[in-house]
Write a protein that binds this ligand. Structure first.
Ligand code: SAH
Length: 351
């Protein structure tokens, strides 16, 4: 780690202020950022339309090296392939990103924190505790580092890796300003999904009704007792308040809220649970994404939980579908390489 600024951590506004403070033009900031994010040029001396003194200043004060890939695991199946990356940041901290290649879509599942403090009982990341938030640059660098590895552009982003994005919303939003800006990385907001365990205070502050990016809410239960057991956050923000927020959103065919529901055998996968969900939500407002529990065979953290059999998953799905809901089942990609949902816990190279 050196004491230069890391260019990926700077917002456009911050870089404009820097340029202005050093006696250059504000618009130089956008030029620099276009070189970095649109042309993927990480060498300041080659930014030909930038005045030479600014190029020299940048080279002296900024670092533009990508994060380091320390491990990868690859898996293919009939539908596509997935590659899990262990990415090391400048302080040595690591997080995982998973690239899911499916038809023409290249979806990158990003981490927003190293570890997580939400404590969800079914999620491996919570078992590792919380180390720290990722910076906006560290979030963005997951995309640049993976694209640099594959040579292909990522088409979709999901914040479903390690961490709770709404618990680090400042850095997540800062990264999204660059990721979604079509002058820079240019992934459209409708191709970006922020997944949350339901931090209601943050959802409210984001103006949930008008939010530019897609939101997916991890619900995982149809009553408070079960949800509080699985997700401690429910004790603070109970299920009926979360449902009221989601139901209050203006209906829009193209922007229904996704309800993610991890199916756990004998805990939340009974037909009576589906019936409660049907009462709680309307097909005009939400669609369901069912995720049969992923679990490593020897998982200690998930030792009390099992994946339901396929018949139970099908029954649950049909019940919701018959009530008019759009339902998808996410048979997680990358499961055999522990890159499926909830399986990310940043194994270090030594473990
Ligand atoms: N903190 C955010 C994002 C990370 S989890 C959230 O809670 O939504 C991303 C997705 O993986 C969520 O839908 C979560 O419910 C799901 N998930 C977590 N653990 C899982 C597991 N063991 N098996 C299957 N899905 C899991």
């Amino acid at each position: 780690m050196n004491n230069k600024y890391w260019i990926f951590d700077k917002s456009q506004k911050e870089l404009e202020e820097y340029c202005a403070a050093k006696g250059f033009k504000k618009y130089n900031a956008e030029q620099i950022m276009r070189w970095i994010y649109s042309c993927r040029l990480f060498d300041f001396s080659k930014m030909t339309d930038i005045p030479k003194p600014l190029r020299e200043n940048l080279a002296g004060n900024f670092n533009a090296s990508l994060s380091e890939i320390v491990d990868t695991q690859y898996e293919t199946d009939a539908g596509g392939s997935s590659k899990k990356y262990l990415i090391k940041f400048r302080d040595g901290g690591t997080a995982e990103s998973v690239l899911i290649n499916y038809k023409k879509r290249k979806t990158l599942c990003l981490s927003s924190q190293i570890g997580c403090r939400m404590g969800c009982a079914y999620c491996e990341t919570s078992g590792m505790g919380f180390t720290r938030n990722l910076t906006s640059g560290e979030i963005i660098s997951q995309i640049l580092t993976v694209e640099n590895d594959t040579g292909d552009a990522v088409t979709n982003i999901v914040f479903m890796g390690m961490g709770e994005p709404l618990d680090n919303i400042g850095e997540v939003e800062k990264s999204l300003d660059i990721i979604s800006n079509d002058k820079f990385i240019g992934i459209a907001p409708r191709k970006i999904t922020v997944s949350t365990c339901g931090l209601l205070n943050v959802l409210n502050s984001l103006n949930f009704n008008e939010y530019r990016y897609k939101i997916a809410v991890s619900l995982n239960a149809s009553d408070n007792t079960t949800r509080s057991m699985l997700m401690p956050v429910n004790k603070k923000f109970p299920i009926e308040n979360l449902a009221a927020l989601i139901n209050g959103k203006k209906p829009s065919i193209h922007n229904k809220t996704t309800i993610e529901y991890v199916l756990i055998k004998g805990i939340n996968d009974g037909i009576e649970n589906a019936v409660k969900l049907i009462k709680m939500f309307s097909p005009a407002k939400v669609k369901f994404n069912l995720i049969p529990l992923n679990k490593e065979q020897n998982s200690i953290h998930l030792k009390n939980f099992e994946r339901p059999d396929d018949a139970a998953v099908d029954n649950f799905k049909s019940k919701l579908a018959k009530a008019g809901f759009t339902v998808t089942v996410r048979f997680s990609k990358a499961r055999s390489i522990n890159g499926g949902c909830g399986q990310l816990k940043a194994k270090t190279i030594n473990s």
